[in-house]
Design a binder for this molecule. Structure first.
Ligand SMILES: Cc1cc2nc3c(=O)[nH]c(=O)nc-3n(C[C@H](O)[C@H](O)[C@H](O)COP(=O)(O)OP(=O)(O)OC[C@H]3O[C@@H](n4cnc5c(N)ncnc54)[C@H](O)[C@@H]3O)c2cc1C
Length: 368
């Protein structure tokens, strides 16, 4: 990265993945960066994240890929399983490694990286989109972004008709594989993370509205009841759940404007996505790298134009998965599973390669 961002003073709103990665990226270019996190600490709810190869390339551009590998497990691939019969539908062997990590460990890596690059981090500090004093304000303020409203205007999200539970359990066993159990109107994703833990994300179709946010607790018994017909292994995992959060999933449109004269959006503030492709944090890492490149070169318009196309494509692909994962009609389900098995026999691995364009992307070299 070049150093033409030097002398720019930058205030970042939000100390999540997007804000901390952007702070590191801009500070490495010589900008004077302060991150404002409204929460009293950089605390994270217990949850796992999958950092796919595109996210790892962004971390490599930030010089943080080794630090991430030290706190993550390399995934050996993914398996789709029929959630009712327990039979494997198809297995995917990745061309490149996805890393399974606790969210709090990723935040630690980014926080240390931002500070090491010279950024100042302030907790208990809420930044307004109208704040004065800095040359550039970065809106990394997440899914309900005030910066997005200021830059791009309103636009109410719509409830997707699905809610997701997230939980972490103690579970020392099991290979580092991502398993996706598909059932009628519901699915469950699970993978181990370093330190003898297992991440569980389970989504269910819902007629009713569930509040959007990380901090709504639910009863473990509700989660167990929703997946009572799933295989014994799943029942064992759910039996270990002591604390669970539930999150109503909303469809948001990708922001049309990502920047104005003084402000720029990164992460969920610009492009909230459904979690069905595990790309929200990966896109946020890409944003950080692309923004630093754009500011050092062609400017903010190039960042906006380029990133919007990419985010729209990924968000649309995640939406399409939302329907595929929850097929309810027994005949349609069995036909879909049979088609996947047949495709895998004829062209092994082909089903998994449909998303190569997501994972092969490199924010450090993609044309701006
Ligand atoms: C069920 C589920 C599973 C997921 N799994 C994956 C996965 O496997 N892989 C993946 O890549 N992504 C995944 N994601 C998505 C990912 O978690 C998000 O996309 C990512 O965390 C967004 O980061 P962010 O920094 O943009 O926003 P956030 O993490 O929401 O951070 C925003 C921060 O800004 C702070 N803030 C807000 N307003 C202000 C203000 N005015 N001033 C100061 N601070 C402010 C907030 O307190 C918060 O800390 C998943 C999401 C869900 C719901």
């Amino acid at each position: 990265m070049t150093a033409s961002v030097e002398d720019l003073s930058v205030a970042v709103a939000g100390g999540g993945v997007a804000g901390l990665a952007t702070a590191r990226a801009l500070a490495l270019n010589g900008a004077e960066v302060t991150v404002h996190e409204q929460a009293p600490a950089f605390a994270e709810v217990g949850a796992g994240l999958q950092i796919s190869p595109n996210g790892m390339r962004a971390l490599a551009a930030l010089g943080l890929d080794e630090a991430l590998r030290a706190v993550a497990l390399p995934s050996q691939g993914a398996r789709l399983v029929d959630g009712l019969s327990g039979r494997q539908i198809v297995a995917f062997a990745p061309r490149e490694t996805t890393w399974l990590v606790h969210r709090a460990r990723l935040i630690d890596v980014l926080k240390d990286g931002a500070e090491a690059a010279g950024a100042l981090l302030r907790t208990g500090s809420r930044l307004s989109p109208d704040a004065e004093g800095a040359d550039l304000l970065v809106g990394a303020d997440g899914i309900r972004s005030a910066f997005r409203t200021a830059v791009d205007g309103g636009g109410e999200p719509s409830f997707s008709g699905q809610a997701a539970w997230r939980a972490i359990i103690r579970d020392p066993g099991g290979p580092p594989v991502t398993e996706v159990f598909l059932g009628p109107g519901r699915h469950l994703v699970s993978y181990p993370i370093l330190g003898g833990f297992r991440n569980i994300v389970a989504a269910e179709d819902r007629a009713d509205w569930t509040a959007e946010g990380w901090h709504h607790e639910d009863l473990p018994i509700a989660l167990r009841a929703a997946f009572a017909r799933f295989p014994d292994r799943v029942q064992r995992w759910l039996g270990e759940v002591e604390k669970v959060h539930i999150w109503g999933l909303f469809r948001h449109r990708v922001a049309r404007r990502w920047a104005d004269a003084r402000r720029v959006l990164v992460g969920d503030a610009a492009h909230p996505t459904l979690p069905y492709l595990a790309q929200g944090a990966n896109l946020a890492l890409e944003d950080a790298v692309a923004l630093a490149r754009a500011l050092a070169g062609p400017g903010r318009e190039a960042y906006t134009a380029h990133r919007r196309d990419r985010a729209e494509a990924v968000v649309a692909a995640a939406r399409a998965n939302a329907c595929r994962f929850h097929l309810s009609n027994p005949l349609v389900r069995q036909a879909a599973f049979a088609a996947l098995r047949a495709l895998d026999r004829v062209r092994p691995g082909a089903a998994g390669r449909q998303f190569d364009w997501v994972w092969e992307y490199d924010a450090a070299t993609a044309p701006l």
